[in-house]
Design a protein around this ligand. Structure first.
Ligand SMILES: Cc1cc2nc3c(=O)[nH]c(=O)nc-3n(C[C@H](O)[C@H](O)[C@H](O)COP(=O)(O)OP(=O)(O)OC[C@H]3O[C@@H](n4cnc5c(N)ncnc54)[C@H](O)[C@@H]3O)c2cc1C
Length: 323
């Protein structure tokens, strides 16, 4: 992967460093770079984050015919580079704060100094880890009903999980699908009572209790699930066209856990302007504790975080002058 990065600058100081080049990080970069702020994005994989691995996006405004995720990611990257944002490929391992400066430690003892830090390192949905799951992502396996539900008009789908997200998304899918099976490995739900009532009374939802998904089957796309009924101790196949997996999220918060306040699920807490419990550290996108994780909510956070960082840098410089 090409570093959009000048190695002579490595140990110099940045005004803002952004961890993660997903939609949130690239948007923060576009706003900061355009405001002439010396900006570096650190990215561990490739620009675009989850967007770059999404086949087709139909709900991002401005593209009435939809756009390929990789194309949207390329456009965001191009826009950030246009405003002189630098990109360094590497993994942020740890962050320390000293005299209001933030230090970002990458692998190979690389240490980067910055006044403001924006964490935009995203989150990823937990996988079941069963045969067929990875093969059919984008071809019947999905982790996002808002993103992919509309592709299942008059089809049968399954939702895996028993929490709030599983039920919410299951109910949402009934707008499109002819049938929605909710597959749960226990005989009671973890979801809130109000949501349970709504789901249990929805005629399009059918609950398969005490059931474990063992395999996702198909030729070129998902055709059925192999289920294990724990009561009857039998395995059987359920014909479906798509499966939506909601068994939780993994928040990429390990490098900041000692510094920042996280919620019960490990997502970083911040106010609506993305300000965390530490001055000069902002959090944007899927890694922020919030309800709705989409590209549009990630980029909104990215813009707010860049603006907040800019105000912080201005105050920082004023304080330096007054010293
Ligand atoms: C299959 C799929 C389909 C989707 N479809 C849609 C859709 O149709 N519409 C929609 O609005 N949303 C969709 N989403 C959700 C959307 O992609 C996310 O909400 C959005 O990408 C979040 O952006 P983000 O920048 O917060 O995080 P991410 O996109 O997750 O980007 C975070 C970046 O941070 C990097 N990173 C993480 N840790 C580190 C570290 N320690 N050091 C350096 N870099 C790090 C990661 O490599 C990644 O590139 C979909 C998601 C998936 C998985």
């Amino acid at each position: 992967m090409e570093d959009f990065f000048n190695y002579e600058d490595l140990y110099k100081e940045y005004e803002v460093v952004i961890i993660g080049a997903g939609p949130a990080g690239l948007t923060a970069g576009i706003y900061a770079g355009r405001d002439n702020i010396r900006t570096l994005i650190v990215e561990k994989n490739f620009p675009g984050g989850q967007t770059a691995i999404t086949d087709y996006i139909e709900n991002y405004p401005g593209f009435p015919d939809g756009i390929r995720g990789s194309e949207l990611a390329d456009l965001m990257l191009k826009q950030a580079l246009k405003f002189n944002v630098q990109i360094k490929y590497g993994i942020c391992k740890r962050v320390e704060v000293e005299n209001n400066y933030k230090y970002i430690f990458l692998e190979n003892n690389i240490k980067i100094k910055t006044k403001a830090l924006i964490i935009a390192s995203g989150a990823s949905p937990k996988h079941l880890g069963i045969p067929g799951e990875n093969n059919f992502i984008g071809r019947g396996v999905s982790f996002c009903a808002t993103c992919d539900g509309a592709f299942y008009k008059n089809k049968a789908v399954a939702v895996i999980g028993g929490g709030d997200s599983a039920l919410q998304e299951g109910i949402y899918l009934t707008r499109f699908a002819s049938k929605v099976y909710v597959i749960h490995r226990r005989n009671s739900l973890r979801a809130s009572k109000g949501l349970q009532d709504k789901a249990l009374n929805n005629p399009k939802l059918e609950f398969l209790w005490n059931s474990e998904v063992k395999k996702i089957n198909g030729e070129t796309k998902v055709e059925s699930l192999t289920l294990f009924d724990k009561n009857k101790k039998v395995e059987y196949n359920l014909k479906i066209d798509g499966v939506f997996i909601y068994i939780g999220w993994i928040a990429e918060t390990e490098p900041y856990r000692d510094l920042l306040t996280v919620d019960e699920f490990g997502f970083i807490e911040a106010d609506e302007n993305t300000k965390t419990n530490i001055d000069g550290i902002y959090v944007a996108g899927d890694i922020r504790s919030k309800v709705f994780r989409q590209i549009v909510t990630a980029i909104a956070d990215g813009a707010s975080a860049a603006k907040m960082a800019e105000h912080y840098i201005d105050d920082f410089l004023l304080k330096e002058v007054e010293k």
